[in-house]
Design a protein around this ligand. Structure first.
Ligand SMILES: *[C@@H]1O[C@H](CO)[C@@H](O)[C@H](O)[C@H]1NC(C)=O
Ligand SMILES: *[C@@H]1O[C@H](CO)[C@@H](O)[C@H](O)[C@H]1NC(C)=O
Ligand SMILES: *[C@@H]1O[C@H](CO)[C@@H](O)[C@H](O)[C@H]1NC(C)=O
Ligand SMILES: *[C@@H]1O[C@H](CO)[C@@H](O)[C@H](O)[C@H]1NC(C)=O
Ligand SMILES: *[C@@H]1O[C@H](CO)[C@@H](O)[C@H](O)[C@H]1NC(C)=O
Ligand SMILES: *[C@@H]1O[C@H](CO)[C@@H](O)[C@H](O)[C@H]1NC(C)=O
Length: 564
């Protein structure tokens, strides 16, 4: 049944397309179309929908998920079940046919939102906003899958909170915001991608795992050679060097150099980005200021006034989905830790006294290392003669017995140059740590996985999770903090490799896989979404300070004795 669907899709696609040819030829006069022709459009679109409404919402699984299966280990039954569950949980709805005229795709400027409820509401309540997505013709969309983000804010108060977006799969969306402070609050809804662009991103994720490619330099004596490397390479092409990690089984391969042996690999580096990934037609769904990270305007009121809580109703802690909010530009977590401000270096030193902090991952955790070493003068960086921006890095304050280290995660890592000898997997590193109440592990592994099928990320996290479980079993008092992906500045080219949509999927998997473990999740997504500063791969210093304050608040919670 599922196998046959693509053929049906093709047939309907051509039927539909033939109906649209006239329109496509006369695209400039589209706006003047008579209502009758437009309703014919929708009859066709609706008939396509009814044919393909499958029971349940499993249809995205028809994608080929056997990516490079022969290069990794065969998953156990349990692993396969977990993977299936995770893939189902992140299944993304969208248009069921592709190739329709661009005019029928989602247009943020023709879409609108409507605030529900009275103009005055109370703290502790929930603000509901309905979003109606329309196409370039100004007609309602009939399916879901648009990627929207939402923020509620009061600029004068430095206050902001992320909204939860619910897709009704019919072109309508509901956004819910907890009301957490008094004042005039403004609703901000942004279309990151129309559903038609998400389809393209899904295709890239499955088909072009090598759109970022890697290389290695091999050297022996005066001889040096360079070859292409990746998690998976076409077989029967030329001989491969197999660098599969013996401990985790994480695959990594390079083409074998012509003259040198596989054991002469010296340097791993990012080869580059492949171009010409999408067609001219697909590119129309990735236009800055048209349909990429474009605000959706309000129909009617764009703000409400929030009044102090009504008696007995101020119970926003019930809101399980929101991690926290900004007030006076200070992050206020809604659960767990009470945030403290660590404004001066002596407060940080006091908190870190006797501690060993290990940071593992990409450049977004390296930012924390840089923050600590620049804001705490007594923490002296030890010169390991490492490559700039790559590491490993080490900083010590021997007087206060503080050690802070940073090491990047193993391949796929897109840094310009990493010595092969420094390519270590996070799981293996964690396995070598004693742990205990004086040890803190900070992990951020996400941005270099966006170009791979999500199964690759699931496998990597599974190995890290196992190592964390072993560590917490050895030393339950070890503090483990895991940082999620954050929003980024995207342009049409960049989005094909690093779209926030990839990060959204990565976060869903990350949170599901660490659920129930005694680890702290640091919600970098909401911390960047709720803040007024622009989205950046490396969030701005004020956001980093809030993250560090949150981590330090976890290490040195108020009212409790120091952890060691
Ligand atoms: C396009 O529209 C013009 C006038 O609006 C008409 O003469 C022409 O036949 C149309 N072309 C097609 C391919 O239908
Ligand atoms: C999925 O991909 C694998 C490897 O690329 C291929 O062998 C297999 O036939 C594909 N399966 C389907 C259903 O397309
Ligand atoms: C979406 O919302 C609009 C406006 O409230 C409503 O007219 C329309 O019926 C809704 N669409 C669906 C499919 O429910
Ligand atoms: C690479 O080595 C690993 C572990 O030794 C092995 O399981 C895997 O099958 C090898 N890959 C290939 C393509 O031979
Ligand atoms: C709230 O929105 C309304 C309608 O758009 C506007 O008239 C009003 O000035 C806004 N309130 C504030 C405090 O800006
Ligand atoms: C830290 O600095 C902020 C902003 O300057 C200030 O509002 C806050 O009171 C300070 N907190 C402490 C504990 O010094």
């Amino acid at each position: 049944m599922e196998r046959q669907m693509p053929r049906f899709v093709t047939v309907f696609f051509f039927l539909a397309l033939s109906g649209f040819i006239i329109l496509v030829c006369n695209i400039t006069s589209l706006e003047k179309l008579s209502g009758q022709v437009i309703s014919t459009f929708y009859q066709i679109q609706n008939s396509i929908h009814s044919v393909f409404t499958s029971p349940g919402n499993l249809w995205p699984l028809e994608l080929n998920h056997t990516y490079c299966a022969h290069f990794g280990q065969v998953p156990t039954v349990e692993e396969a079940n977990e993977e299936r569950y995770l893939l189902n949980s992140i299944a993304w709805p969208g248009p069921l046919v592709q190739g329709l005229p661009v005019e029928l795709s989602s247009d943020p400027s023709k879409s609108y939102f409507v605030i529900q409820g009275p103009a005055e509401q109370h703290i502790g309540g929930q603000l509901e906003v309905n979003v109606h997505v329309q196409n370039f013709l100004g007609l309602p969309k009939k399916h879901g899958g648009d990627f929207l983000i939402a923020r509620l804010h009061t600029p004068e108060l430095g206050a902001g909170v992320a909204g939860q977006v619910q897709d009704h799969h019919n072109g309508n969306y509901t956004v819910l915001f907890p009301l957490l402070w008094a004042g005039v609050v403004w609703v901000e809804i942004t279309m990151v991608h129309p559903s038609e662009a998400v389809v393209v991103l899904k295709r890239l994720q499955e088909e072009h795992y090598d759109r970022v490619f890697f290389k290695s330099l091999f050297r022996s004596g005066f001889l040096s050679e360079t070859t292409v490397c990746n998690l998976c390479l076409p077989l029967n092409h030329q001989p491969l060097c197999n660098y599969t990690d013996p401990e985790t089984g994480e695959p990594w391969y390079c083409y074998k150099p012509k003259m040198l042996g596989c054991d002469t690999r010296i340097i791993h580096y990012k080869g580059g980005y492949k171009n010409n990934l999408i067609t001219e037609y697909e590119a129309k769904f990735f236009k800055s200021n048209v349909n990429m990270k474009v605000p959706i305007h309000a129909s009617g009121m764009g703000n409400v006034t929030v009044l102090p809580a009504e008696k007995g109703l101020a119970n926003f802690k019930k809101n399980k989905k929101t991690s926290g909010f900004y007030f006076h530009n200070i992050w206020r977590p809604l659960r767990g830790t009470v945030l403290q401000q660590f404004n001066d270096s002596s407060a940080i030193t006091r908190c870190l006294r006797g501690k060993i902090i290990h940071m593992f991952g990409d450049s977004t955790v390296r930012q924390w290392f840089e923050y600590l070493t620049t804001s705490v003068p007594s923490l002296k960086e030890f010169n390991l003669h490492s490559l700039k921006k790559v590491g490993p890095f080490l900083a010590v304050d021997s007087k206060n017995n503080i050690l802070v280290s940073y090491r990047c995660h193993g391949p796929p890592i897109r840094f310009t140059s990493v010595l092969s000898s420094e390519l270590h997997y996070v799981a293996n590193e964690i396995d070598r740590i004693k742990g205990g109440p004086g040890t803190v592990i900070l992990v951020s592994v996400w941005s270099h996985f966006s170009t791979f099928p999500i199964e690759v990320y699931i496998r990597r996290l599974r190995h890290i999770r196992r190592a964390v479980v072993r560590l917490l079993n050895r030393e339950p008092a070890t503090l483990v903090v895991i940082r999620t992906a954050n929003l980024q500045k995207i342009d049409p080219g960049y989005s094909l490799y690093n779209s926030d949509w990839f990060s959204l999927q990565i976060n869903a998997v990350l949170c599901a896989m660490f659920k129930g473990l005694n680890v702290q999740m640091l919600d970098a997504w909401e911390m960047t979404l709720a803040h007024h500063l622009p989205h950046l791969l490396h969030p701005s210093p004020p956001i980093i300070k809030n993250m560090i304050d949150l981590i330090l608040s976890n290490i040195c919670p108020v009212g409790k004795k120091r952890r060691s």
